[in-house]
Write a protein that binds this ligand. Structure first.
Ligand SMILES: [Fe+2]
Length: 203
């Protein structure tokens, strides 16, 4: 096999990078789906898992068309995005806020992939590999659709639910703090005074 140079070399390098990125997503998406509370979000993530498995297959076909072995190259970019996503899943309780965070992580992954596929498609076309470009264009369209679906879910209710969840939590915290305050202080003449003091001190 000849040693590739120039644009062909970076095309193959980038394909190896995306190949690893897609394989990492195949492992991460079921964890994200499991952590999701919204049934619609879970369904969207599961659907994208099926598509992502197909993205791996398409990349293997692209390597074939380029007469290259299907080899993965560690993709630190996707590893970082997935790592941040797993941190949130570990730290946040299940509910709309975690769902909103899962969507944000998923969209970050989709945008990373969209950028990468955009470059490799353009390079494949420039090199006369329209077969590779057409194949990966199908994947790019699915990444875009997945991103749009996540956007719809966020803006169609999950973000608003997360906002009212945090409002409810704040109210709970306030009433718990109120109960903890000694009865004397609650009845004290300075109740209103201390509030305006704290407002002043914040200015
Ligand atoms: Fe993908």
């Amino acid at each position: 096999m000849p040693q590739e140079t120039g644009l062909k070399k970076i095309l193959i390098d980038e394909l190896r990078d995306i190949y690893h990125a897609e394989k990492q997503l195949v492992k991460a998406l079921p964890k994200m789906a499991k952590a999701a509370s919204s049934a619609d979000l879970r369904a969207a993530l599961e659907q994208h898992l099926d598509e992502t498995e197909e993205h791996v297959n398409r990349l293997e076909q692209a390597f074939d068309l380029l007469e290259q072995p299907a080899k993965a190259k560690p993709c630190a970019g996707m590893a970082g995005i997935i790592e941040e996503g797993s941190d949130v899943i570990r730290e946040e309780e299940k509910g709309p806020t975690l769902d909103a965070a899962i969507i944000a992580g998923g969209q970050r992954a989709e945008h990373y992939e969209m950028a990468a596929y955009g470059s490799v498609i353009a390079w494949a076309k420039t090199l006369g590999h329209d077969d590779v470009a057409t194949l990966l264009h199908e994947t790019l369209e699915e990444e875009k659709a997945a991103d749009e679906k996540l956007n719809e879910l966020a803006e169609g209710g999950i973000n608003a639910e997360a906002a009212s969840e945090s409002e409810a939590e704040e109210e709970e915290d306030e009433s718990a703090a109120e109960e903890r305050r000694p009865a004397m202080a609650r009845r004290g003449a300075n109740g209103a005074g201390s509030r305006s003091m704290s407002t002043r001190s914040r200015r």
